[in-house]
Ligand binder design. Sequence first.
Ligand SMILES: Nc1nc2c(ncn2[C@@H]2O[C@H](COP(=O)(O)OP(=O)(O)OP(=O)(O)O)[C@@H](O)[C@H]2O)c(=O)[nH]1
Ligand SMILES: [Zn+2]
Length: 352
Amino acid sequence: MTHDDSEALRPKNAPLSLLQKLGWGPFFAEQADASVMAETPPVRVTEVHRSGHHVVGEGIDTILPPRPDATVGDWILLNAEEPAESVVLERKNLIKRRAPGPERQVQLIGANLDTTFIVTSCNDDFNIARLERYVALALEDKASPVILLTKADLAEDVESYLSQARSISADVPVLAIDGRGEEPRERLAEWCKPGKTVAFIGSSGVGKSTLTNTLSGGQEIKTQGIREGDARGRHTTTSRQLHLLVSGCTVLDTPGMREVQLTDAASGLGELFADLQELSTQCRFRDCMHESEPGCAIKSALAAGEIGEARLERWKKLVAEDAFNSESLSPRRARDRTFGRIAKQPKKKGKK
Ligand SMILES: Nc1nc2c(ncn2[C@@H]2O[C@H](COP(=O)(O)OP(=O)(O)OP(=O)(O)O)[C@@H](O)[C@H]2O)c(=O)[nH]1
Ligand SMILES: [Zn+2]
């Protein structure tokens, strides 16, 4: 789905540097002068712990003091003398959700992703409404969603899972796979290229760590056996972690999320439900709630059987939820914007 010239520009057979394998490229390089980079070399956040951020770069593997403004996948210009003064570079994108709990905080899931694999399994975990949330979340930040239906080997009717998932959006590829064995390596190769960063997100037990293991060919993450008679696996992944594969692709494995609440996802929702959004512009009232207002284009389309009721209800629910969460988070957004300006400071004159 995404196009990128970096492959074409690289001379054939030139090996990627460690930084390039980690995902470094012009988008980040343009944010700082060579002199700034010589003093504060770029590093990528591979893991976030309470005690600090694990970062890796050319000849660098260290822990920075914890900072709430950086997350896994971020690029940082490392100030070795004053680590807390290190600067986070502007992101290509950032996947976030509203964290569960009363604080309504934004949880940063991962930054600078080329592909977001939304993982669910062909069993009780499969839920259209939840998949739509994940897709909207990824679309919002142009983090190219791909839906992966795991445990296809255990399901009797894989086709029905496939067709339901495909109904979400014509633009989102859907694959049913057995996450173990050789299959993922071949079928995900299109996205898992050297220098690319891919993420696995989804509920606990759907096979995210298994996929990371399969792609890496290694055994660095332990997965535990699924419980007998229980569609959900056990919780095994505790922190978000970037894994650099031998192939030169970087994989973000995330712990299972029980709930995804949208925040600041209006454009992602608009993209996912473009037909309904477009239709609603034809309602007589601009603030039509599509309930009982006269001249409601949505209601007319529903009555004419042109749109499905279940999907309409999901759209209304998600739009309301996103508006609510985004509203109550606006002070935090203002802070993020301020932060974005600070992050751009190392760049000198006129480059944009
Ligand atoms: N049969 C089958 N089993 C799978 C498949 N994918 C994963 N499993 C099994 O499902 C269980 C859970 O897989 P994990 O990879 O640990 O799941 P996870 O999504 O990483 O879970 P959390 O770390 O808790 O978020 C393990 O026993 C895997 O072997 C698959 O495609 N087919
Ligand atoms: Zn209406």
